[in-house]
Design a protein around this ligand. Sequence first.
Ligand SMILES: [Zn+2]
Length: 56
Amino acid sequence: MPLEAGLLEILACPACHAPLKEADAELHCTGTDCGLAYPVRDGIPVLLVDEARRPA
Ligand SMILES: [Zn+2]
């Protein structure tokens, strides 16, 4: 399910405040030193650092 248009533009990574981009049903932080991947559940982004997947 795609996110609502415009939603990504107002969202930011809670850890580093970098913009997010949608990829593989997740929201990936674009911050170079961060790169956390946040899950999207039922179309709702879960922007919690505790829920984020750490980059490999
Ligand atoms: Zn980040």
